[in-house]
Design a protein around this ligand. Structure first.
Ligand code: KG4
Ligand code: ZN
Length: 769
């Protein structure tokens, strides 16, 4: 056996570590190439070309990669997320397993392999004057971890290590800023040379194989690999501090109150598990095995039975039997409430590995024709449909589909889309992570929307009264693979494919690269770039605002330039002249707050929660828009600029004034009057823009386009002028990836592609391209 090739990545420190290793079946690891170099804040631009360099140097092609290991930190949050999101994209696209490995472990192993012995203290730079400390015992070229991940002050760490007395070597990029503290506290410790403060391919490969020995292969599911955060976002830490609560380490997804992917473990099935297994079996199958059948089979030779355990409960199981020199998958089921968590995949991978261990080269199974979830799983694991056994299931008379595949398909392989599509439609997958929605959508290249998935994080931000950027980035990293998978699954269903839409059916992958929150944009972009590289599908970059305009095209394909668009969202208020697709002239923007922001801030003052637009517009429907005379800023300014902070202040002052006077605030009247002030200015400027440019089409876009009063007023003002007013349906107004897909199609047609070195542009302007 030639072994498996593992791609190694780490971007948690200033070093971008990339290499390729050969993992032999004996567990011996040989590093084939290592192109790791210092590249501060360059991870997103250099990572993929360095992956190609590492492959080149090793004499390998992308298709030779059998698995990916990525450093999970702890380190720079954004840095780690670039590596993790890129690795997710590569593994997802290649259909191979992804594992996370500790960056600090990789550093320790690197130093151990260099031949040092003793107690090593590694300190990663945690910024803001803090460190990520970890202790290791180095002996005979190995590193053993002595302390868990955490964040602490340099004084605390130095003091602790001085007291414990045994630290003989120090390393890590946290030393640079705090050398004096350690020199004083542990003067006898040797500081390792600076080159070894960062992970490299050797360290990553060694840490990875040590993890596999200690923890097994796991599911290898790219969806489940997350950064190590060690602390909550600042917003959450501040919230705890205000509440007088102690600092706590975050849960695995880094977000308090938001459960991460549930952890499960695999182990051998025992007699005591049979009751739980029978309970799942009975509700899962029409011809279930009985307790007696399980008991007999457990005692039979040439069997391997595995259970998945979650929170101390058995939630799934699988069994394989050797028949001659072939393995048969007997049963595989996951409890209803734990489906779609990667458990079925992990069980299958383990069963297949057990089959290989018992000497099988091939594995077969039968599956109900109607069990589409199981069929999708087996096909994604490389099993091939070999025929149908008519009426195989006695009770229902249903046909069984027979599958054959190679035994030993551990989590390291498979997932390649093998669905066969009928028809010759081509597709585009779009990804959007610019703010607080993780979204993916699929359209045909003819512009038909076939799937749109939006995972909203609004509940996580609501209690802070607005979007917390760090939280948004964490949630995107957690959700991205699942959201894309779900979009591909729905697209496959819509296309009549037996499984998810395969990547080979895509003509392009589109991604929002600006404007937006930089840390949030980076996650979608890094993932999309990795996916594009791995699948060979070209990448198209989309401007988020262009997406909001294109929501109109999705709803009404007749919409075409020349047109004027008003994009009004939580981040933008822009009037744009579009003489032709791809040509944008911003006529005017807000000088201060965006329209949605004004709604959100007023709602916050009134204690109406976040986001404010929907609540305020509902309340406004019952109020009198003429009740309070709020200022119409810039109404007669003679240009297309907007200013909303004055209005916001006027509303807040009004509220304060009324409260001080002991009068009760009529919220519907206030909401209606505030809304009227916004709408009047927007409409007046929009009408002027339409008249001056002479266009006959007007488009509205962005979250505030969901506002009924604004929609109605625009129609009333423009239709008498013979101007067609297009407003997208509500679900296409707020952030989604369908609009990004629609905006990407003309860019694809013009051949405008993003390179693998593309960066997120948080301040991206429509006119700049
Ligand atoms: O486009 P979007 O989903 O995200 C950004 O790109 O900002 O817009 C969200 C904004 C929020 O400020 C929200 O309050 C506002 O759109 N919004 C509304 C309404 N529905 C959402 N504003 C006014 N009236 C509405 N009905
Ligand atoms: Zn938006």
């Amino acid at each position: 056996m030639t072994g498996r090739r593992l791609l190694l990545l780490d971007t948690a420190t200033e070093t971008v570590a990339v290499g390729l290793a050969l993992v032999e079946s004996t567990g011996r690891v040989e590093v084939l190439s290592d192109v790791s170099r210092v590249a501060p804040r360059k991870a997103n631009t250099v990572l993929l070309s360095w992956v190609l360099d590492a492959l080149n140097e090793a004499g390998c092609a992308l298709a030779d990669i059998d698995g990916v290991a990525v450093g999970r930190g702890p380190g720079s949050f954004t840095g780690v997320r670039i590596g993790v999101a890129t690795a997710k994209g590569i593994a997802h696209g290649l259909g191979v397993a992804l594992w996370g490995t500790s960056t600090l472990d990789a550093i320790a192993w690197r130093i151990a392999i260099e031949g040092r012995e003793g107690v090593l203290g590694v300190v990663g730079d945690a910024m803001r004057g803090e460190l990520y400390p970890a202790l290791f015992e180095l002996a005979d070229g190995t590193a053993r971890r002595l302390s868990p991940d955490r964040v602490a002050s340099p004084q605390e760490v130095a003091h602790e290590w001085a007291a414990n007395g045994g630290v003989t070597i120090l390393a890590g990029n946290g030393i640079a800023k705090h050398a004096a503290v350690f020199a004083q506290a542990v003067p006898s410790a040797l500081v390792a040379p600076e080159e070894s403060w960062h992970p490299d391919a050797t360290g990553l490969a060694a840490a990875w194989i040590a993890d596999r020995r200690a923890r097994g292969w796991g599911s290898g599911d790219p969806a489940t690999v997350l950064p190590v955060y060690t602390r909550l976002s600042d917003a959450e830490e501040a919230e705890r501090e205000r509440a007088g609560l102690p600092r706590v380490p975050p849960p695995s997804n880094g977000v308090a109150g938001g459960a991460g992917p549930p952890a499960f473990t695999l182990r051998e099935l025992r007699r005591a598990d049979v009751d739980a297994v029978v309970a799942i079996e009975t509700v899962s199958f029409s011809d279930p095995w009985t307790e007696g059948m399980f008991a007999d089979d457990l005692a039979a030779p040439g069997r391997a039975w595995i259970v998945a355990e979650c929170g101390g409960e058995v939630v799934g199981y699988a069994g394989v039997a050797m028949i001659g020199d072939e393995a048969h998958l007997l049963n595989l089921a996951v409890r209803e409430d734990h489906r779609r968590e990667g458990i079925g995949r992990a069980l299958f991978a383990r069963a297949s590995e057990e089959a290989a261990r018992m000497g099988a080269e091939r594995l077969t199974l039968e599956c109900r024709k109607s069990n589409t979830a199981a069929i999708a799983l087996y096909e994604s694991m490389g099993m091939v449909r070999a025929g149908v056994r008519p009426g195989y299931y006695a009770r229902t008379g249903e046909d069984a589909v027979i599958y054959w595949g190679r035994a030993g398909v551990s989590g390291i392989e498979a997932r390649a889309g093998s669905a066969s599509l009928t028809g010759d439609a081509r597709y585009l997958l779009a990804i959007e992570t610019s703010c607080d929605e993780t979204a993916a959508a699929v359209v045909t290249t003819a512009g038909e929307l076939v799937a749109s998935v939006v995972a909203s994080q609004v509940d996580f931000h609501a209690r802070f009264g607005g979007v917390v950027p760090e939280l948004a980035s964490r949630k995107h990293t957690e959700a991205i693979v699942g959201v894309v998978d779900e979009a591909l699954r729905r697209a496959g269903e819509a296309a009549g494919a037996p499984g998810p839409l395969p990547f080979c059916a895509l003509d392009a992958i589109a991604v929002t690269y600006g404007p937006g929150l930089v840390g949030a944009l980076v996650v979608g972009l890094a993932y999309a770039k990795g996916l594009s590289l791995a699948t060979g599908v070209p990448l198209v970059g989309v401007n988020h605002l262009e997406g909001h305009i294109f929501a109109n095209v999705l709803a009404d394909p007749e919409v075409a330039p020349p047109l004027v668009a008003l994009v009004v969202s939580g981040g933008h208020t822009s009037l744009v002249h579009v003489p032709d697709w791809g040509v944008y002239r911003t006529l005017g923007e807000t000088l201060d707050d965006a329209a949605g922001e004004a709604f959100d801030k007023v709602a916050k003052v009134l204690g109406l929660g976040y986001p404010g637009g929907p609540v305020l517009s509902r309340m406004a429907a019952d109020g009198d828009p003429a009740a309070i005379d709020f200022p119409r800023a810039m109404l007669r300014s003679g240009d297309y600029a907007f200013s909303l902070s004055g209005l916001k202040t006027a509303v807040i002052n009004h509220i304060r004034h009324e409260r001080e006077a002991g009068r009760e605030i009529d919220v519907p009247d206030l909401a209606a009057s505030f809304q009227a002030a916004i709408v009047e200015v927007q409409v007046a400027k929009a009408v002027r823009a339409v008249e001056e440019t002479g266009v006959k089409t007007f488009c509205l876009g962005g979250g505030v386009a969901a506002n009924p009063a604004l929609r109605e007023a625009l129609k009333q003002a423009m239709e008498p002028l013979g101007v067609h007013v297009s407003v997208p349906p509500i679900h296409l107004c707020t952030d989604n990836a369908a609009m990004i897909a629609a905006a990407a199609l003309p860019r694809l047609a013009r051949g405008e592609l993003l390179g693998i070195d593309a960066e997120a542009v948080p301040g991206l302007r429509l006119d700049s391209e």
